[in-house]
Design a protein around this ligand. Structure first.
Ligand SMILES: C[S@@+](CC[C@H](N)C(=O)[O-])C[C@H]1O[C@@H](n2cnc3c(N)ncnc32)[C@H](O)[C@@H]1O
Length: 301
């Protein structure tokens, strides 16, 4: 059978299994197996290996896990079972992080709690010259994978991946000196567990998805932590549940940020919060005492 005929047959089978972009995924799978040999002569047994992958995809195992790696911005990330698979909307959050870290100048120091595969940290290392990134994750499988992904991007060891809760494992000397804190934390409400797609329910760990009963419990903790770990005029960038975005703005104002705004993802949903600490320590006190937080609700476009 020719490759186009194989792609057509796999497309039909994936579509019958309810896989949305069946043709595109069929092409990815066929190319993946054929690429193990040469274009002219795939390695012997390639049809058996393709058959195994098609069956796993028909059972709704995510395509990224079948391929073992996936592009995120400019970086090819290794991906493994048990670690959250990066989503396209997080590329917007990583882009904001790149922008603010670059604006901080050479030698910017960034914390990325909840790093998972290391997607956001890898983008920072690849795109911001001279940046140093401290990533953390509570799951040792994520810590291990992130270390490998960041090592592939950055030969100069400008990163550390710590195991532990949010910012707890960071060197204490960084407190009050971070230029940027960026995170895509778990933010779904617990009740969403009943409505997840098979790909998500079967493969993303619960600790990566659910923030608590409300959903934004970890987001709220990070906003409080950011106020003490960021330097004056430092910036926090957090991915959010779009349903809870307005509440996050209110929390940011209450915690004492000087400015806070929402940024939309490529689908037009309010997906990220960007908030800035007051420029001077004195201003932090003034802002809290006088309740004069500059609050630009709905500023995203
Ligand atoms: C939504 S995933 C995001 C992963 C990655 N940043 C990305 O965007 O693809 C959330 C990650 O946070 C981690 N996590 C959950 N609670 C945590 C905590 N208290 N401290 C550190 N990491 C945590 C999970 O293990 C998971 O890897």
């Amino acid at each position: 059978m020719t490759h186009p005929a194989v792609v057509a047959e796999v497309t039909t089978r994936l579509a019958a299994a309810g896989i949305g972009p069946a043709r595109a995924e069929a092409r990815w799978l066929v190319q993946h197996v054929v690429a193990e040999g040469s274009a002219a002569s795939p390695q012997p047994g390639w049809t058996d290996r393709l058959e195994a992958l098609v069956r796993r995809r028909q059972a709704h195992e995510p395509l990224q896990l079948l391929l073992g790696s996936w592009p995120f911005r400019g970086v090819e990330l290794l991906l493994e079972p048990g670690v959250f698979l990066p989503r396209p909307e997080t590329e917007v959050v990583a882009g904001l992080a790149v922008e603010y870290a670059a604006a901080a100048g050479t030698g910017a120091v960034v914390a990325e709690p909840c790093t998972g595969s290391g997607a956001i940290a890898a983008s920072l290392l690849a795109e911001v010259p001279g940046v140093t990134v401290h990533a953390t994750d509570i799951d040792p499988r994520a810590v291990d994978l992130a270390r490998r992904n960041l090592g592939r991007v950055d030969g100069a060891n400008r990163f550390a991946v710590h195991h532990g809760d949010l910012l707890d494992p960071l060197p204490h000397g960084l407190r009050g000196h971070l230029d940027l804190l960026v995170a895509n934390p778990p933010y779904l409400p617990a009740a969403d567990a009943d409505h997840l797609d098979a790909e998500v329910a079967g493969h993303d760990p619960a600790a990566a998805l659910f923030g608590g009963e409300v959903g934004h419990e970890v987001v709220d903790r990070l906003l409080v932590l950011a106020m003490t770990w960021l330097r004056p005029a430092g910036v926090v960038v957090l991915e959010l549940d779009t349903r809870l975005a307005a509440a996050a703005l209110t929390t940011a104002a209450g915690v004492g940020f000087a400015t806070a705004e929402l940024v939309r993802d490529l689908a037009g949903r309010q997906r990220a919060l960007v908030a800035r600490v007051p420029a001077t320590a004195e201003a932090v006190g003034c802002t809290r005492d006088a309740g004069t937080v500059h609050h630009r609700a709905g500023a995203g476009s």
